[in-house]
Write a new protein. Structure first.
Ligand code: SF4
Length: 148
């Protein structure tokens, strides 16, 4: 096997007058061919993780996809959101969300990441009870403009 063979060169065969490029596939055992290739794409690890050793895991029942623990404290607590929260009033008389029934920040690593990024643009929480009409209106407002 020649050096050219090992590199799997594409080019004219030096021993031939023919100028048509020839390709010699690398031998299967030749690791040097793989060394210069870019690494295969990896999942975006920054989008979340599953902390299955946590004593509270899984803290929200009903999550079907990979459990994302990154948003253990939901960043949307002070924003309007589409979650199924219940409203309660704290000791100071401030309306608060009870998010016990919500799975949105946990259901799937990439889906929950995307969900949070989108709703971080929502307005501040106004203390209103949750309703389908509010979710629809907010979702519409957060939709990116259609490009022409
Ligand atoms: S209802 Fe869900 S999405 Fe909304 S703040 Fe609570 S946990 Fe976050």
């Amino acid at each position: 096997m020649t050096d050219s063979d090992r590199r799997g060169d594409i080019g004219a065969d030096p021993g031939s007058a023919d100028t048509v490029p020839t390709f010699r596939a690398p031998a299967p055992e030749d690791q040097s061919q793989k060394d210069h290739l870019p690494p295969p794409p990896k999942p975006a690890a920054f989008k979340g993780f599953t902390h299955s050793a946590c004593e509270y895991y899984p803290c929200h029942p009903g999550v079907r996809r990979a459990f994302n623990c990154l948003f253990c404290y939901c960043p949307l607590i002070e924003r309007e959101c589409p979650g199924p929260y219940q409203l309660f009033t704290d000791a100071r008389g401030t309306p608060r969300k009870d998010c016990s029934a919500c799975r949105l920040p946990h259901d799937g690593i990439a889906p929950s990441w995307t969900f949070i990024q989108r709703w971080l643009h929502a307005p501040a929480f106004g203390g209103q009870p949750q309703s389908r009409a509010r979710i629809r209106a907010l979702s519409q407002a957060l939709r990116p403009p259609v490009s022409e």
